[in-house]
Design a protein around this ligand. Structure first.
Ligand code: ADP
Length: 724
């Protein structure tokens, strides 16, 4: 059941909470490190309530949820994985960068950050001191204890600012919030932590963290810890004296001396974290210097965002590559489009040979790749570069495991060994940059980027290029391994069978989506709402369906192109595809009268399919309120002494308007408006012509009939009849 709070909170935006650019820069920096360090990133996130809240929220969302909720930042990070962490970091940074919050509110965010971290550290210290079994959870709840405040401030900036400026009595702050927003920050925070699966004690701890101490004396251990920790932190960060000493005594019997010792330690720890992140806390420096340094952070953040975006888009592009040949193409595109290098080549390490191998990428065919993966006789390697020191720049980059440019070679390009010179002439550039490639920390080759002028590589560009080269190395290894695995596990026939099964399975959800789309479309029509986007979605789904159909028939592409063509089978296949989607939703009954005497023909299967799909689709669209579709085949029709096979597609739609019928096969004739090009029939006619057949149409108010005539294969002949 939806509770009162849920209704109230449904409106609250919690995904765009801002945090300090200092923190974001630090996280992106860690993400940009070629040897991504989990510990480092976990440490940074653990010190920032907003980032911690984000990863906890993601890790506890339905898509990641495991049996147990993630109750510490480390656990959450392990659940969501490094790639997702990077995505979160970059999304938050971009949001942050373009929001107005950060410029004007950095000061506020600093004190907010300080308060959360201080509370978290106090919570952990008290938890350890008082033998609470889960000090890490206490830390997390301390870190998140005031997240409700940020949510309110972010959702109601004007009202919040007014409240802040009013100089009201801080002790009654929650009451003012309740009056202004209908809820206070403690309630908001408690509700969020509940949503993130942190348990009843954690939500109670947040809800009552500012209640009078007398109310929580007998509460759960965690509630008392957070109560005291947040009180100590308020004392610490607002500089209002030691009002928490009394609570420390009442809640846990802690003496003032002990509390002061903890305070001192935590003060130092917060300061050192702040310094490492270059966060100037209030009172550290004068306002102007602080502002300058904040601005520097913003610029740094922008640079990091740009760098990481570059790397991410390079990775995404590479991930789409499914063969070595495609990886090469992707590397070239990324090298040029993102980094401006006009030519890129890669060499892969062959450990058994102790050399870098180069296959001319322009000639790299699937056969080469097959041979590589199947361990067959070696494909024609164009160059073999021994992995020996001082013999070539290419090998040196791998052996020294660092980026080297042509001018690093004994100070001059002219001195480069012949093998490197050869590469330069192949790249058609005057200089080159060699970046060692790694896959899972192992050297797998070198990426060579051609440069028209002596390249200037800043530290940041070096890091990005290294990440790009590693992504390329990973992808090369992945595609080779995947091909090897498939070759080892499946025979060609097994593979075909498996692919057919997958295509069939994937078609089912597609058909369901298609049906719902039709239902949605009907509803929108009732409400008079435009459906341009739906048309596009529908067409794309159909396209995906057709691609899947191709997967179901993995015969030799040559054979598929001009080989044996079982017309009846094609029709049955297509009707099956349409039946599960359009026919049902349009209320169309489809009847097949297929002449079983029809022998497999010679012809372009792809062409026939495209023509049939177009005709059937048109027939369906001509019967929006249902009707009958008949598809008939005849194995022998003689026209002017020549034998043809006939395919008839007949519908009971409202017919083709006269003005359209007279120029039906001309491009651009359509009655269907947006989303339709009026090209289908003209393309169909061309395809039929290519097949040396003919297409005709007759139409009346009672319906439309298309007749296709295709040259018949003479009985007992493997070729087309001689008079074609
Ligand atoms: P499109 O479907 O994009 O409009 P086509 O070239 O396939 O392009 O069709 C052109 C026009 O011919 C359609 O807009 C429609 O008016 C008419 N048409 C084609 N097939 C039929 C049919 N079976 N029933 C009624 N009209 C049809």
């Amino acid at each position: 059941m939806t509770s009162r709070y849920d209704l109230l909170f449904e409106e609250l935006k919690v995904n765009k909470l801002p945090t300090l650019p200092h923190v974001l820069t630090e996280i992106l920096d860690a993400c940009l490190n070629p040897s991504f360090n989990f510990r480092q990133i976990s440490e940074i996130i653990s010190r920032d309530s907003v980032m911690a809240a984000k990863v906890i929220a993601v890790a506890n969302s339905p898509s990641y949820l495991r049996e147990n909720h993630a109750t510490s930042v480390d656990r959450a990070l392990l659940v969501i994985g490094t790639e997702r962490i990077k995505t979160i970091a970059i999304t938050v940074s971009i949001q942050q960068f373009f929001s107005e919050f950060n410029t004007s509110q950095t000061q506020y965010l600093k004190s907010f950050w300080n308060n959360s971290l201080t509370t978290a550290l106090f919570a952990k210290a008290i938890a350890t001191l008082t033998s609470y079994p889960q000090p890490e959870h206490a830390y997390l709840i301390g870190l998140l204890h005031n997240i409700g405040e940020l949510v309110l401030k972010n959702n109601f900036p004007a009202e919040f600012a007014e409240l802040q400026d009013s100089g009201r009595d801080i002790s009654r702050w929650l009451q003012y919030e309740s009056e202004t927003f209908g809820m206070n920050q403690a309630e908001v925070g408690a509700w969020l932590l509940g949503k993130w699966g942190q348990g009843d004690f954690a939500t109670a701890a947040i809800k009552y963290h500012r209640a009078p101490v007398s109310l929580v004396l007998d509460a759960h251990h965690l509630v008392k810890i957070i109560h005291l920790a947040s009180h100590l932190s308020r004392d610490e960060t607002s500089g209002t004296g030691n009002s928490a000493l009394d609570s420390a005594e009442k809640l846990f019997g802690l003496t003032p001396a002990l509390v002061e010792e903890i305070q001192q330690r935590i003060r130092e720890e917060v300061l050192s974290v702040a310094q490492s992140l270059q966060i100037e806390l209030a009172g550290d420096t004068d306002a102007e210097v602080g502002q300058e340094s904040d601005e520097r952070q913003r610029i740094l953040l922008a640079k990091h965002i740009r760098a990481l975006s570059l790397v991410r888009s390079a990775q995404q592009h590479l991930e789409e590559a499914m063969s070595l040949q495609q990886v090469h193409r992707a590397i070239e595109e990324v090298g040029y489009l993102l980094f401006g290098f006009p030519a890129v080549r890669i060499l892969l390490t062959d450990e058994s040979e102790g050399a870098l191998l180069f296959w001319n990428q322009n000639q790299l065919s699937d056969q080469v790749e097959d041979a590589l993966t199947a361990g067959e006789e070696s494909p024609p390697v164009e160059l073999k570069v021994p992995l020996k020191p001082d013999r070539s720049l290419l090998a040196a980059a791998v052996l020294q495991d660092r980026i080297l440019t042509s001018s690093d070679w004994q100070g001059s390009v002219e001195e480069l060994p012949v093998v490197d010179q050869h590469f330069l002439s192949m790249l058609q550039t005057s200089d080159m940059v060699c970046v060692p490639m790694h896959s899972k920390d192992k050297a797998v080759g070198v990426m060579v980027l051609g440069s028209v002028k002596s390249p200037e590589l800043s530290d940041s560009l070096r890091r990005i290029l290294q990440l790009f080269a590693n992504a390329a190395g990973n992808r090369c290894k992945d595609v080779l391994q995947a091909a090897e695995k498939i070759a080892a596990e499946y025979s060609h026939e097994d593979l075909q069978m498996r692919l057919r099964e997958i295509a069939h399975e994937a078609n089912n959800p597609l058909a369901i989506v298609r049906n719902y789309l039709e239902i949605l479309s009907a509803k929108l029509t009732d409400q008079g709402i435009e459906q341009q986007e739906l048309v596009i979605i529908r067409e794309e789904i159909d396209r995906a369906g057709q691609i899947l159909m191709r997967l179901r028939d993995l015969r030799d592409p040559e054979e598929v192109a001009t080989g044996s063509l079982d017309v009846n089978r094609e029709i049955r296949d297509l009707v099956k595809l349409f039946s599960s989607s359009s026919f049902v939703s349009h209320g169309i009954a489809c009847e097949l009268e297929l002449d079983e005497k029809l022998q497999p023909q010679i012809g372009q299967r792809r062409y026939l399919r495209q023509v049939l799909v177009n005709l059937i689709k048109n027939a369906v669209e001509a019967m929006p309120d249902g009707g009958d579709l008949l598809i008939r085949t005849d194995h022998q029709v003689n026209v002017n002494g020549r034998n043809f096979i006939e395919i008839v597609i007949k519908d009971t739609g409202s017919g083709i308007p006269e003005g359209i019928l007279s120029n039906l096969f001309e491009p651009g004739k359509t009655t269907k408006g947006e989303g339709h090009s009026g090209l289908g029939l003209s393309i169909s006619r061309n395809l039929v012509n290519d097949m040396k057949g003919s297409i005709s149409c007759r139409s009346s108010r009672l319906g439309t009939e298309f007749e296709l005539l295709l040259p018949a294969k003479p009985a007992g002949d493997g070729k087309e009849s001689s008079n074609q």
